[in-house]
Design a protein around this ligand. Structure first.
Ligand SMILES: Nc1ncnc2c1ncn2[C@@H]1O[C@H](COP(=O)(O)OP(=O)(O)O)[C@@H](O)[C@H]1O
Ligand SMILES: [Mg+2]
Length: 264
């Protein structure tokens, strides 16, 4: 993306066979003696350019794991390696600054990345075009619909020009039709940018709609229960028979995990 712009890497980039390596990671919270183990021995690589969905029941530790990959917290055991520098993040809440316009929110991320002032406006417009929000540069957050806000949040994440995009249930608060449209946009942008994506969701259909690989986490503690390679060609539709069939299979396994480890 935007190779012509000067860029100050936040960390040294190394070439590697993976975009992220989660190496036998465990995580516990709480005081010694009263600890709750949330993640147990998670081992997972995300390949460069790969789209991986991390699926699991609410409370199973998905956000905890994503925060560890983001470097926002440290594992209790094991290690995380993200060789391409700091990952970009996108959450369910857009976290845009309400006093800034859509364009200025994106320009702030460009500034943090070290993009020179003179190039920021053009680059912000390009990123708004990428998420199909041409003409929304001057709009304030309150003027945008929920779907449009998440588009701006996605453009701002892409403005970091990271090799790895971490997404934590980014479309969970949207209505089904808007979510469906954003699935199409994300699939297209992923194909265009070759960014690696680690996408967290509790929605089985969403995982099968988007991912090349679905990784199912069990609960209490979170462990990798099973993985599926999704070979259904993109672009997929959420109502495709193949998407529905695999979703049924994964849902059965997920139900089994919830039965084994208690309700939420
Ligand atoms: N900072 C924290 N301190 C203590 N417990 C936490 C913390 N963060 C998460 N947890 C606990 O870890 C478990 C998993 O949480 P989370 O990763 O948010 O699940 P998910 O994203 O899968 O819904 C929950 O029981 C939660 O209460
Ligand atoms: Mg969560």
């Amino acid at each position: 993306m935007s190779a012509t712009l000067t860029k100050q890497p936040l960390t040294t980039e190394r070439s590697s066979s993976y975009a992220a390596r989660i190496d036998h990671v465990s995580k516990s919270f709480g005081r010694p003696g009263a600890q709750q183990q949330v993640l147990d021995d998670i081992a997972l690589d995300v390949a460069p350019g790969e789209f991986v969905c991390l699926l699991g029941a609410s409370g199973c530790g998905k956000s905890t794991l994503l925060n560890l990959v983001a470097g926002l917290d440290k594992p209790t055991a094991g290690s995380i390696d993200v060789p391409g520098g700091r990952p970009a993040l996108m959450f369910q809440e857009h976290a845009l600054f309400p006093w800034l316009t859509a364009g200025k929110n994106i320009e702030l991320a460009l500034r943090m990345r070290g993009v020179p002032r003179g190039s920021r406006r053009t680059e912000a417009e390009r990123l708004l075009g990428l998420v199909r929000l041409n003409g929304s540069y001057g709009k304030r957050v309150h003027e945008l619909s929920g779907g449009m806000r998440q588009r701006v949040a996605l453009a701002r994440a892409l403005a970091q020009d990271s090799k790895l995009l971490l997404m934590d249930e980014p479309f969970a608060a949207l209505d089904a039709i808007t979510r469906d449209v954003l699935h199409d946009e994300l699939t297209r942008i992923w194909a265009e940018t070759h960014v690696s994506v680690l996408f967290v969701t509790h929605n089985v259909r969403e995982a099968v709609r988007l991912a090349q690989r679905v990784v199912l986490l069990s609960s209490r503690p979170g462990r990798i229960a099973r993985e599926w390679d999704v070979e259904i060609p993109q672009p997929r539709r959420i109502e495709d028979a193949a998407v529905a069939d695999l979703s049924v299979e994964i849902t059965e396994q997920l139900r089994g995990e919830i039965r084994r480890h208690g309700q939420h």
